[in-house]
Ligand binder design. Sequence first.
Ligand SMILES: Nc1ncnc2c1ncn2[C@@H]1O[C@H](COP(=O)(O)OP(=O)(O)OP(=O)(O)O)[C@@H](O)[C@H]1O
Ligand SMILES: [Mg+2]
Length: 325
Amino acid sequence: MKIAVLANLKEDAPVSKEDPPGRWDDLDDRKTVDAILASLHELGHTAQYFPATIESIQELKNYTPDLCFNSAEGHFGDSREAQMPAILDSLRIPYTCAGVLGMSLSHNKAVAKKMFRDTRIPTANFVVVRYGTEIPNHKMTFPLFVKPGVEGSSIGINDSALVRNEEELLHQVKYVRSITDSLILVEQYIEGREFTIGILGDEVLPIVEIISPTGFYSSAQKEDLNSAVRRVCPADLSPEKTALFKSIAKRAMNALHLLDICRMDMRMDTQGNPYVLEVNPIPLMDPDPNQASLVFASAAAGYTYTDIVRKIIESAARRWNLALN
Ligand SMILES: Nc1ncnc2c1ncn2[C@@H]1O[C@H](COP(=O)(O)OP(=O)(O)OP(=O)(O)O)[C@@H](O)[C@H]1O
Ligand SMILES: [Mg+2]
């Protein structure tokens, strides 16, 4: 096949002085795009990288790809991952990963959590601070957790995200408001263990446990390559709990209309109850397994990086009815 790889590279990010730390952390490094291209070539496809920007569209059309490998996170707007799928839909070019609906549902964590509630997928109780810093009435008991409702890479999640009283809560909502104009989530804090679960095509990968000395995964920890956070895969869970977490992961993927691949964060409280925190429709594909949990979990399942790329392409080709040659 002739495949266009679409991504927004970190090196091309529209950096500005107002950006909070980690603002562009979910964009791809050049080495990730190079690794995807190398795998596509190894699989016998013709492949070329295109920046996922409006300026590249004519060139992309001229390339006449059979399929786009979509890794585009986008830059601005309330559903930035949905922009490339919208353009590709209107051009009638097939692409990997979720469409506009899936990207939009998962980008907005409050909407995603409403979808989970509707489909009885366990998720922490929450209220939304839509504008300003006024916190709606709620019946949750402390401790609570405060985070932006639309960003990734733990932006706005610092060491004070876990709040134990009204004063800390208001202080933290004000802090998050100072870095984002969009919605803020105040959630029940789920004390317990944390897991991340990748799904590749139809297959739920071995579960990764994220062990952080602070009990949760802050933006500083995500940025610090030498942080004390450890990953263990497969996670030390009973066969019953493993099966439960995996089945919830599949249901969450379906509830948000995600396709081909996704990775979700889950917690287990001290009583052993599972909760889905959020789902990423385009998981990081950094070839370094220590950087990318999905690559780490795939390695534990015995898959090479090229196997991951192959499985994404196979899944998309099935959906779009494309011949794999
Ligand atoms: N309700 C909660 N209870 C306990 N910890 C939480 C809760 N919500 C978030 N966290 C902690 O904060 C981290 C980041 O939260 P979340 O995954 O929702 O944000 P993110 O910025 O989108 O992360 P990602 O980089 O995976 O996109 C989680 O990995 C977890 O450690
Ligand atoms: Mg997360």
